[in-house]
Each structure stands twice: as structure tokens, then as C-alpha cells.
Write a protein that binds this ligand. Structure first.
Ligand SMILES: *Cc1c(COP(=O)(O)O)cnc(C)c1O
Length: 505
């Protein structure tokens, strides 16, 4: 029995981890997800380092192919040992984070413990999964002697982390689409200055939705796929519909909790809250899996901006896109209406038949509604809160006054916690801190000083105020710009094929 099934048809073909990450599309248009969530006593893993904990998570959730099944896995991977070696190698990349022994440290403000997930190369939490993910993916591709084209559309953080992850990896090419003018300057520089030969970055004349839907069309474009095939490329994606991302995002929630036990803040078994600024729900899904396998989490609090479709869903059971249009905010990574990973929650709580029914309704009527009982079940695991840009800025300002600098996404999560605090008795919580302030320096500096500044000025202003900036971010401003091309979404297909062909010679 293999660990992964489709969210929309669990009795169709099953998958192992390798197949699920190479070919993320599951039967019936579903997503690959874990069939079973075993109960695990995580207190047994208190003494492990981060990479050892990651392996323990993979083994316990059966993500890692067990030795005994090695021979039945020949289609996907040469053998279980090779996969274990690839994983060991990939996990070494965490040693490049700020603290080689702890990729995700805590910062305490009262009973709020910020789990800082941004100490990797591109300064956002996407590195927590994408750093090892690229290395694993490439090693599998090489093992199978296959070439992959990875497509990614980004609103700002996924792009840089994906490029960093796959740069110079064998058997891989990456095309990254970003909305020209729609990201912060730092985010854009992180992409367009990347010198690796196997990547191509296009600015899109349009918004993130345009880039995203152009990409989705390509995934189903027969002519495009055949053309890639004739150049010996298969297509894959690296966003959080890919379970490879989710797998690594389960680990740090457990790590955060165990750190609290180790430093004496809590006793193992004490329930705490987990607060997550959410967009595509990949980070929150990791927390959900951790909770379902026994990590003592009271509730997962989903924090959103003005695009508050997740708040409405968790509070009312109604997921309704039909009346909404996407609004730009200071927390662009959460500007999203179709939150892909909610589908995996629906599967875990209500099963494949109901998930398919709900998602069909979303496709046909841009809406679905849970029953009263289903909503009650959802609310056993989740709470939700949202706030607008003005409130976000005031949270950044008041937190700065306490001597701590947070980015707009983290600020919304902290706001959700403070709101909860006002109603409960100062509960202990892990706040997922998803980006370093430096990626959103103009909004952070404006929150604190009321001045409108560009990226360079804002970074200087923040450093005057005692902020530390990572050398990798500062260096960006002096790097040559390599990817200058800005295209219309109608030209994407042609330009990608042209690049693949020209590179062959
Ligand atoms: C991607 C991102 C999020 C949203 O995470 P999801 O897993 O998509 O819910 C929040 N904050 C930042 C800074 C991000 O880059």
C-alpha cells in the first residue's frame, strides 16, 4: 500500500512520494495527499536535531519509502537507500541558514512565541521547504534519467525561493513568471539577478492572476506538452499543490513546539495555539497534519488580509468566490481567493466523495457550502481572523515599540493572536513568522515613520532604527540584471519553447 491518494478519488491509483512530487496532478483532477495520519508521540523526538526530526517525520508518516518495500519501488526510485541518501544530502542545505543548528528559531514577546521561518537564502518561509525540495527533485530526476521543466508563477516569495532551490541543478530547467511592478523591488531583484544557466525569468505585463492563469493553461495545453516532450522534457510545478512542499512544512511546527518544551516554556502535552498568516494554505496544512498526528495544538488560527475568504469559510462554512474580486494589499503573499490546499483539509475531514462534490460546486458556481455538522468539525481545528492594511501597519508600529520588527504578513498573525488574547487568558502561541522585514521594507518603514520611501531608502531608514539587514539582501542592489524580458501573457508559450530550443544547441 502506498501512502498517497487523490483527494477526489481515494480508490484510484495510489502514489509514493517520488511520483507525487514529479507528477503533482492526482486522478480526477485532485491533489495527492496522505491517506492515513497515524498518531505519534512527538515527545520521543525532543533530542533530535532539525534534520533528524525531519527524517523522523518522513518515516512516521510513511512519506519515506520503508526499506522492506525497496523492491516494489523500482518504477519510482532505484531503491530506498538512494532516496534516504538524497534526503540526507538535501537536508544539509539547512546548514546554510543563519544558525546552522537551528533553521527556525523562536523570539518571545510575552506568551507569543514567533517561530522565525525566514532565516534561509531568500528571507521568506518558502525556503524552509524549497531548499531541500529542489535538491530532492533533481536527484530523483537524475536517478530516472529524465529532464523536467518546472513552471512557477509568483506574487513575490515563491519565485526567488524556487530559483534558488533549482539553480544549477542537473536535469532541471525553471521558468518563473512574475507580475512586472507587482512585487517588491527586493523580490524582483532576487529573481532577475539570478545568474544560473538553467533558469529563465519573465516579467508579465499584468497582475499575478494573469501570470497564474497563463501557467495553468500551459499545464493542460496538449500542443505545448507534446512540444516539450519532443525535447525530452516533462512538465512539473513547484507551488504548494506539490506535496513535496507540504512534507517539509510539517516539520517546523513540531520543531517549534519541541523548542518550547526544551527551553522550559511549556511541559510536553500542554496545548498551545498556532497562528498562521495564510494564502494558499500550505503552511497551515503543515500545522494541521502535525495536530492530527498528535502534536498538542489547541487550535490553528488562520490570519488573512482584506481578501478574507478563509475567514468567511472558517466562520460560516461558506466558500464563495462569486461575489469577490482580488484586492491588492500590503501582504501580497496572502492576496489570493482560490486557496488550493483547503482541498486537502476537506479530504482529511470529510473524505474523497464529499471533497469532489464541493470542488465541483466551486468550479461550476464559484461557491460551496458546508453542512452544520461539517462546519462544527472544521471549527474543532481552526479559528480565523482578518484585518486591513491600516490595522496591519499599526500592529507593525506597536510591535516595533516593543523592540521587534515584523513584516506585514507576520503582523496580521500577531494581530490575530492579540485579538484572541483579549478574549482568553493570555494563551501561549506559536506565531508563524513568514518573512523578514527587508522583503517589504517600504511598508514596514512607512508603518514606523509615516514616510513613503523606496526600497533602498526604506532599508537605510530601518538600519538607522537599529534593524539588521542580511548581506544577501544588500548585495542584490549591486548585482547585474540578467533577466530583462517583459512579455504579454499571450507570448509565454512561444517564449518558453524558444528558450528550450535555443538552449539545446
Ligand atoms: C507564501 C507566504 C504566505 C502564505 O503561505 P501559504 O502557505 O500560501 O498559506 C504568507 N506569508 C509570506 C511572507 C509568504 O511568502
Amino acid at each position: 500500500m502506498l501512502p498517497f491518494v487523490s483527494t477526489r478519488n481515494a480508490s484510484a491509483k495510489q502514489s509514493d512520494f517520488i511520483h507525487a512530487i514529479l507528477y503533482p496532478q492526482a486522478p480526477d483532477n485532485g491533489l495527492w495527499t496522505l491517506q492515513h495520519l497515524p498518531h505519534i508521540d512527538w515527545s520521543a523526538y525532543l533530542d533530535l536535531g532539525y534534520d533528524e526530526l525531519c527524517k523522523a517525520v518522513f518515516e512516521n508518516l510513511h512519506i519515506m519509502p520503508p526499506q522492506s518495500l525497496a523492491n516494489s519501488h523500482t518504477n519510482s526510485y532505484a531503491n530506498a537507500n538512494t532516496f534516504a541518501d538524497a534526503l540526507t544530502h538535501a537536508l544539509k542545505l539547512y546548514k546554510r541558514f543563519d544558525d546552522p543548528t537551528n533553521p527556525a528559531p523562536l523570539h518571545k514577546l510575552g506568551n507569543a512565541y514567533f517561530l522565525e521561518l525566514y532565516h534561509g537564502p531568500t528571507r521568506a518561509f518558502k525556503d524552509m521547504a524549497l531548499s531541500p525540495f529542489g535538491a530532492i527533485f533533481a536527484s530523483v530526476a537524475k536517478d530516472q534519467n529524465k529532464q523536467f521543466l518546472i513552471l512557477t508563477a509568483t506574487s513575490g516569495d515563491t519565485g526567488p525561493a524556487t530559483l534558488e532551490s533549482f539553480a544549477n541543478q542537473p536535469n532541471i530547467k525553471v521558468v518563473c513568471l512574475y507580475p512586472k511592478g507587482g512585487t517588491s523591488e527586493v523580490q524582483a531583484l532576487q529573481m532577475i539577478t539570478n545568474p544560473a544557466q538553467n533558469i529563465k525569468v519573465f516579467g508579465i505585463d499584468g497582475n499575478f492572476d494573469d501570470a497564474q492563469s497563463a501557467l495553468k493553461n500551459l499545464l493542460n495545453d496538449k500542443e505545448f506538452l507534446q512540444n516539450l516532450d519532443s525535447h525530452n522534457f516533462s512538465l512539473s510545478v513547484a507551488n504548494s499543490v506539490n506535496f513535496g512542499r507540504i512534507a517539509f512544512q510539517i516539520v517546523y511546527h513540531i520543531w517549534g513546539y519541541l523548542q518550547l518544551v526544551k527551553n522550559g516554556s511549556i511541559k510536553y502535552g500542554e496545548k498551545i495555539y498556532s497562528v498562521i498568516p495564510s494564502g494558499n494554505f500550505g503552511n497551515a496544512l503543515g500545522a494541521f497534519f502535525a495536530k492530527k498526528t498528535g502534536l498538542p495544538i489547541e487550535k490553528i488560527i488562520i490570519a488573512s488580509n482584506k481578501n478574507n475568504i478563509l475567514t468567511e469559510f472558517i466562520q460560516s462554512g461558506i466558500y464563495d468566490i462569486s461575489t469577490r474580486t482580488l484586492q491588492k494589499t500590503l501582504s501580497p503573499a496572502m492576496d489570493i481567493l482560490k486557496s488550493s490546499n483547503v482541498e486537502r483539509i476537506l479530504f482529511a475531514l470529510f473524505g474523497d466523495v464529499r471533497t469532489k462534490e464541493l470542488l465541483n460546486s466551486l468550479q461550476q458556481q464559484s461557491k460551496y457550502v458546508l453542512t452544520k455538522d461539517e462546519l462544527a468539525l472544521l471549527q474543532q481545528d481552526f479559528l480565523a481572523w482578518w484585518c486591513d492594511d491600516c490595522r496591519t501597519q499599526s500592529i507593525i508600529k506597536s510591535t516595533f515599540a516593543k523592540g521587534y520588527i515584523i513584516d506585514p504578513h507576520t503582523a496580521i498573525a500577531y494581530g490575530a493572536y492579540q485579538e484572541l488574547c483579549a478574549n482568553s487568558n493570555n494563551p501561549k502561541a506559536l506565531i508563524a513568522s513568514t518573512a523578514e522585514w527587508s522583503k517589504f521594507a517600504p511598508s514596514v518603514a512607512e508603518s514606523i515613520s509615516d514616510k513613503k520611501l523606496n526600497d533602498t531608502q526604506a532599508i537605510a531608514k530601518m538600519c538607522e532604527n537599529g534593524a539588521k539587514i542580511s548581506p544577501a539582501i544588500m548585495a542584490l542592489f549591486d548585482k547585474p540584471i540578467i533577466h530583462k524580458q517583459v512579455i504579454h501573457s499571450s507570448e509565454i508559450k512561444h517564449e518558453i519553447l524558444r528558450w528550450i530550443q535555443s538552449d539545446k544547441k
